[in-house]
Design a protein around this ligand. Structure first.
Ligand code: HEM
Length: 487
């Protein structure tokens, strides 16, 4: 009996010791021993690069099921840590600039946008410049931009014949350049200098290559043309700005907003800053919007249910407002909004968002795993991958605009960062309302004036582009047919 009780108390002591040791290790050891995220396996150095260049989304598709929502890829001397899904990406979107910054990872934009703007300036100046964007995109400004968008769409499609076949991708790209030119760059460029300025923007565009991300100043012909084009654009805008100022003329465009913008200390923007901010606006908004309007069309033309639903919505609005198409009418288009938003969920043009980390931080995954991410890592998240997570979006590969309707609201199911085509948090897209209005204005015109049929196969994704879009042509057969309320 005595032996038994001694045995029992020794056993209890042992159990108590183990529990205490576990508690100590839970509270103390993790602070000193980091729980680093798992690494993507591959050859050291080049292995990571080879897999990354194959396409980051393909790498994510392979690694996410094996490694989970947080993992690190070694690329040369850099560690890129991926945070995939709303449960782990809040820090990415909400962290202050001192912890996670954009400046280093988006430096490659500097030779395109020019000196003194956006990623070439301190965060405090950049914040003020983003305030200029916010002011230039306020509702009262958007209202006048919409009138210009509608006028541009009417003018553009009036040049189509009674029936025919077109590459919708090409058509929408061109229409959006014209609209952006009018609303952002101003009347002078749209009316007189369009061809010259378009050619210069084309050179700027072609000067932003995947290699430019790593070596933005590499002396290759594309970079030389980019630099010359930016210089010429600066000269053109300097002339326009000074002629507006000397004539005391004011216009309804983003150019005017930037001319009139002032820093907190009262300093007005310089001509070079205005040019740089306009280039940045065009880079942020042009391809992204034209790609999204093409995907929206491709999906509508392949999904009769939704094509009928958007046509029905147009009829109801025509009954209510007649032919009037303005900001407030476009704002009522809920079905069309969801159809665009769903195309953008499946095909966000910015597939990878990046930050540079300046302090250690920890994340907890959905499964309860905790990881410490050391400072110095590049932090990445991916709209293209996260927007198709099946624990957030039901049947995620399906085009289903109703997933955003009242009652389902899958874009909010796991909080603010469930749907991230426009980013979110601290650096969420400032042009989102502009983009929706522009795409809605175009599709409103097409739906009200044409019968359309997709004649080429459903388009594939062009993963090689910097702004990921549609591969090849999107051939559409059209016939003029005015949508009537009584149809
Ligand atoms: C469908 C169209 C568009 C898409 C998908 C899109 C997407 C995005 C995304 C994902 C970000 C966040 C980048 C990051 O977190 O690193 C962003 C930021 C931004 N976008 Fe857009 N964008 C679109 C249209 C526009 C337009 C039309 C404009 C302006 C005219 C614009 C201006 C901006 C600006 C200024 C930022 C930077 C905000 C900041 O860093 O604080 N975007 N956009």
């Amino acid at each position: 009996m005595e032996i038994d009780s001694r045995f029992l108390s020794t056993g209890l002591l042992l159990v108590a010791t183990i529990i205490v040791a576990k508690l100590i290790s839970a509270f103390i050891v993790p602070k000193s021993r980091k729980r680093v995220p798992p690494f993507v396996k591959g050859w050291p150095l080049v292995g990571g690069l080879v897999r990354f260049l194959k396409g980051p989304i393909f790498m994510l598709r392979e690694e996410y099921p094996k490694l989970g929502s947080v993992f690190t890829l070694k690329l040369f001397h850099k560690n890129i840590t991926f945070l995939i899904g709303p449960e782990v990406s809040a820090h990415f979107f909400k962290a202050p600039e001192t912890d996670l910054s954009q400046q280093e990872v988006y430096q490659f934009n500097v030779p395109t946008f020019g000196p003194g703007v956006v990623f070439d300036v301190d965060y405090s100046v950049r914040q003020e410049q983003f305030r200029f964007f916010t002011e230039a995109l306020r509702v009262n400004k958007l209202k006048s931009y919409v009138n210009q968008m509608v006028a541009e769409a009417e003018d553009y499609f009036s040049k189509w014949g009674p029936s025919g076949e077109v590459d919708l991708k090409y058509e929408l790209e061109h229409l959006i350049i014209l609209t952006a030119s009018r609303c952002l760059l101003g009347r002078e460029v749209r009316d007189k200098l369009f061809d010259d300025v378009s050619a210069l923007f084309h050179d700027l565009d072609n000067g932003m290559l995947p290699i430019s991300v790593l070596f933005p100043y590499l002396p290759i012909p594309a970079h030389k043309r980019r630099d010359q084009a930016r210089k010429k654009l600066a000269e053109i805008f300097a002339t326009i700005i000074s002629s507006r100022k000397s004539a005391g003329k004011s216009e309804d465009d983003m150019l005017q907003c930037f001319i009139d913008s002032k820093y907190k200390d009262g300093r007005p923007t310089t001509e070079a800053e205005v040019t740089g901010l306009l280039i940045a606006a065009l880079f942020a908004g042009q391809h992204t919007s034209s790609i999204t309007s093409t995907w929206t069309g491709a999906y509508l033309l392949c999904n009769n249910q939704y094509l009928s639903a958007v046509q029905e919505e147009q009829k109801q609005l025509m009954e209510k407002h007649g032919d009037r198409v303005d900001h407030d009418v476009l704002a009522e288009m809920d079905v069309l909004y969801r159809c665009i938003k769903e195309a953008l969920r499946l095909h966000p043009p910015l597939i990878m968002l990046l930050r540079s980390s300046h302090s250690d931080f920890s994340v907890t995954t959905r499964e309860g795993k905790e990881y410490d991410i050391p400072k110095g890592h590049i932090i990445a998240t991916s709209p293209a991958f996260a927007n198709r997570l099946d624990h957030i979006f039901k049947d995620p590969e399906r085009y289903d605009p109703d997933r955003f309707s009242v009652g389902r609201e899958e874009d909010k199911v796991a909080g603010a960062f469930s749907y991230i085509s426009f980013g979110g948090g601290r650096h969420g897209c400032l042009g989102e309302p502009f983009a929706y209005l522009q795409i809605k204005a175009i599709w409103t015109h097409l739906l009200r004036n044409f019968e359309l049929e997709l004649v080429s196969p459903f388009p594939e994704i062009d993963w090689n582009a910097m702004v990921v879009g549609v591969k090849g042509k999107v051939m559409v057969r059209y016939k003029r047919k005015v949508l009537s309320v009584n149809q």
